[in-house]
Write a protein that binds this ligand. Sequence first.
Ligand SMILES: [Zn+2]
Length: 146
Amino acid sequence: MDSIIKMLDKSLDYVSHELIKDTLYITVVSNLITNKCPKCSVKSNKVHSRYQKSFQDLPIQGKKVIIIIKNRNFFCINKECDKYTFSEEFSFIDPKAKKTRRLIDEIVRVSLNQSSLSAARYLSETTAKVKKSSICNYLKKNNKNR
Ligand SMILES: [Zn+2]
């Protein structure tokens, strides 16, 4: 399972998993000691606090996947910077998103050839819970990026 998690990001370590109905809940931790402040780019190793964050990813063995991470807030150690704390960020997901980028890519791919309503039904059964309105937003963003 650790090698599967590493395919998403090498800085994640597998901790445990639990299968509940059709969903695999995978708990992970970050193995990075330092994190870069998004404002000043100075690296900090001073952890301020931790909070639980969860997000959806691509299915594994036909099971939907929800990844749970104890995300960290760091102090910015640069005295010149006006950011007091910042939260750990990863390249595979937007800071406030609840789905990984590769899952959103898959949702867009499936939704291009059918109505958003039938795509939402199909994806929620096979891939990840997704609302019709979210699909419409992803498709709009996808068109803009072309
Ligand atoms: Zn900073």
